[in-house]
Write a protein of this length. Sequence first.
Length: 184
Amino acid sequence: MEHSGGIQASLAGRYATALFELARDGKQLEAVGTSLAALRQALRESDDFATLTTSPLVSREDALKAVRASAEAMRLDPITANFLGVLAQNRRLSQLPAVIRFYNLLAAHHRGETTAEVTSAHPLNDDQVAALKTNLKNRIGRDVAVDLTVDPTILGGLVVKIGSQMIDGSIRTKLNTLASAMKG
């Protein structure tokens, strides 16, 4: 797996690789992926959950209790629930967003897909995501998994990153380019 060398260079990458291997060996890649998507959503929507993962003031024991309760409430699969406990026990919950991103890269590579990191100003609907996947597949000649992020500061358009290639069609960049051209 060519991605794993670069991914394993970081702490979050090593955790993601361990989680991926557990899920793969247990034939639970999809279940873990679904649970991680729910966790990503919780990080975006719940200030309390986001604080739990980043605050140094939360004790190890309290973090462990909180992630166990959260995992049960969210009905996470057992592998992901146990993994969250390990992160809490090791005081590594702050690594969760990067672990999710790296896990998704490893899972996409395992499925023979290329992952595109897509940033939009507003959430994309299912039709827009499907059209984007089709367009990217035609462009690069492989199936594409899309990792969506919303960033209102780009104002509109999309920023697409596939590997080291970046396509910046954001309105913010276009306005900055226009401003630079007008300065002379």
